[in-house]
Ligand binder design. Structure first.
Ligand SMILES: [Zn+2]
Ligand SMILES: [Zn+2]
Length: 131
């Protein structure tokens, strides 16, 4: 039986499930992710067909911070939920939006050369200056 994880934005207007195997968590410290989240971005990813998104009030909006990807967020409460590369089979999602235990592990840090100067990365996950 494959694991079903449920997530939602802060106001609860957008709910989603992701079913089956998903990637371990990547922390992205790039400038765009820091601006959008206020700290850094911690995301897992699955194939597009693993996701089911319920957004009855049409709150999910996509912001294109770059010409190759879009960032999905709730236009009511501001929660950051998704990151999607153009024409890709995979979608990333913010693990902070999951409800309950995630059973996931933070497995790497990327774009550490852009990280803020007010924190250190103290865990043992590998660090990459860029991707
Ligand atoms: Zn919301
Ligand atoms: Zn980033």
């Amino acid at each position: 039986m494959s694991e079903v994880r449920k997530g939602s934005c802060l106001c609860g207007g957008i709910k989603y499930t992701v079913t089956g195997e998903i990637r371990d968590v990547t922390a992205c410290h790039c400038t765009q992710c820091r601006k959008q989240t206020g700290h850094y971005f911690a995301a897992s990813a699955g194939r597009n067909e693993q996701f089911e998104i319920v957004d009855e009030d049409g709150l999910l909006k996509w912001y294109r911070a770059s010409d190759f990807a879009a960032r999905g967020f709730c236009s009511n409460c501001g929660s950051v939920l998704f990151w999607k590369r153009e024409n890709d089979d995979y979608m990333s999602f913010l693990v902070g939006s999951l409800d309950g235990p995630t059973n996931l592990k933070l497995s790497r840090h990327i774009f550490t050369e852009d990280k803020g100067d007010y924190y250190e990365i103290e865990d043992s996950a590998p660090q990459f200056k860029q991707y």
